[in-house]
Design a protein around this ligand. Sequence first.
Ligand code: BG6
Length: 515
Amino acid sequence: MTDKPTVIAIFGVTGDLARRKLIPSLYSNFIKGRLPQRLHIVGVGRRDWTDETLINHARQSLRNYAAAIYDERAWELFRQTLSYSKVNLPQPETYKTLRDDLNALDGGCCNRLYYLSIAPEFYADVIRNLGALDMAREDAGGRADAAPPWRRIVIEKPFGYDLTTAQSLNRVVHSVFKESQVYRIDHYLGKETAQNILFMRFANTIFEPIWNRSHISNVQVTVAESVDVGTRAGYYDSSGVMRDMMQNHLLQLLSLIAMEPPSAFDADALRDEKVKVLQAARPIKLADTVRGQYDGYRAAEGVASDSATPTFAALKLYIDNWRWKDIPFYLRSGKAIGQKTTQVNIQFKRPPNSIFELTESGDYSRNMLSICIQPDEGIHLTIEAKIPDQPIAKSVDMELHYKNAFTADNLPDAYERLILDAINGDAQLFIRSDEIESAWTIVDPVIEGWQCDPGAPPMQTYAAGSWGPAAADELLEREEHVWRVSCLHEKASCNDSTPLNPPDRSGGSKAAQLE
Ligand code: BG6
């Protein structure tokens, strides 16, 4: 941990993300003693707040979102790190006050992390305005006899609206910051279980030999959310599931699963391999896509009554390289699904010859490795086992649950890890410019095709509380595959794709036969 004074300037400190995630994550790191000792957190916003307003706001945020770790004595220390600076984001002249405020903290030789937690339309303005006042220069303000202070910027998603806007934002970013100063966030990469994908694959020997097209039948990534668009309709209706989830979270999970072993556990080696996966993605055929809207979406406040924005998408994608050629990767995500779950299911091929009698289906189930990203974080391995006292086999799960295997009471929030990494200069869990652009290259043609191609699959509707439209099942049935879910212990049984709200679609039993 550095003993150099460090400033974290949170642009958009009055907003929702700062209240729910950033302030609690900073506080949690603070009480764990993980932040630099000489720390200043400067809230930056348009409102006429004072330091005192920010302090009250921060305290309320901790009481609401970090109640379990809130402690009066720690708070008294934490509050002393907080101050507020008013900036009108698009107006360059207002940054002089910010610059002076920051320079006043330890003579301007602090390390600085600028955190953009603001509406994306202001990203370019803020970056240009910081640049105009030399606030990104790492050689500015340091003492000649000491290591120069660093300047870093964290940029929240969405990074761009499509490939063109992402490229143009990257150009603005690079006109002010070097790529090594830039930390583009995808909070899914900060989730413990997403980080564990690399440990599971590359800290063990048993997976890698079978992690390829010879042994794997198909890979499924499911990111199901039980929430609907709620109060975010204004943003969501102009984005939809492809931009909100697929371009970032699902493609990031996919690249962790599909990447080649990196030569080192460092930011460049890892991101080199991730980007190769994205660049090897075969253009997705529109026929291999499904889009859906949950019933009632168009009636939500802030949503156009004729909205064509999908709240659900399912895709089939191929990675054209030696490891994965012709192995389908199925990705699906939706809002208003019956249960919140994020999981990656790797389905292996069946044994070539069946010599045992089997229960239920006429064939072996596929072995499946399930990476349960959230909730009930863990790993399940579905295997065929002999039923005691009967000469027949049945699928059972070997299960690792984080809550049993590790002593930590609660897993740290993704933001806790990511903020710390940005302060420590570790960019492994952040997205590089070429990764962002490659991801847009994958999803853009699908979004465009849905809007403009008369042959595109039509918008489906689905019942809130279901697993999405039936067409998503049909997408897999064409190859005699079926969506499989594991990691669910309350509402649905393992390896059962039965919708939570039957009977609106064909379901589990048919699916089980196919598999
Ligand atoms: C965000 C999306 O990036 O991720 C939201 O903008 C979504 O729409 C959220 O709800 C899901 O994150 P998590 O961590 O709750 O799975």
